[in-house]
Design a protein around this ligand. Structure first.
Ligand code: AR6
Length: 169
């Protein structure tokens, strides 16, 4: 599995699947979620609504898959990161689970390349250095015969710097 790091807008990527940092209601919001819905169009929200009606949303740490609408990526995975509440509320296990469950879902859908944003490091307030370690360790621990490429997409300089340091260790 090849690991790549880029700085930029995840909505522009031509990969098999991009991951959204959603909320448990799958209702849309700000940050990367807003950018994805804006770029991908209303079909995505229609499918999120059906998922909500069927299973009542998506708890933190879990992931669901939808159409990618008009995005260049073929599919879209929505995962829900933990809200940072100081670190003693299972945040690390939940963030780890976001990456693992997204990778499992990509794999079971035969998707070979996947791009992740820096889940929970925006509105949800997870400290960026700790979140980068969790993300990189989770992806490195995942052994797959299906997924050939994982892209970490950093939007801000601080995350990009942290990922580039960790990935070069
Ligand atoms: N491409 C890649 N990364 C981006 C983009 C983009 N276009 N835009 C922002 N980021 P956040 P969270 C980065 O707040 O902390 C939403 O309202 C951003 O710099 O999007 O998991 C949801 O609906 C940051 O590093 O997600 C939820 O309610 C990272 O994406 C809540 O926010 C994650 O920041 C989820 O909070």
């Amino acid at each position: 599995m090849e690991l790549q790091l880029i700085k930029g807008d995840i909505t522009k990527l031509y990969v098999d699947v991009i991951v959204n940092a959603a909320n448990s209601g799958l209702m849309g919001g700000g940050g990367v979620d807003e950018a994805i819905h804006r770029a991908g169009g209303p079909e995505i929200m229609d499918e999120c609504r059906s998922i909500r009606e069927r299973q009542g949303g998506c708890p933190a740490g879990e992931a669901v898959i939808t159409t990618s609408g008009s995005l260049p990526a073929k599919k879209l995975i929505h995962t829900v990161g933990p809200v940072w509440k100081g670190g003693n509320n299972d945040e690390k296990a939940k963030l780890h689970a976001c990456y693992i469950n997204s990778l499992k879902l990509a794999e079971s859908n035969g998707l070979q390349s996947i791009a992740f944003p820096n889940i929970s490091t925006g509105v949800y307030g997870y400290p960026k250095a700790e979140a980068a370690e969790v993300a990189i360790n989770a992806v490195k621990s995942f052994k797959s015969n299906v997924i050939v490429k994982v892209v970490f997409v950093c939007f801000d300089d601080e995350n990009h710097q942290l990922y580039s340091q960790s990935l070069s260790k």
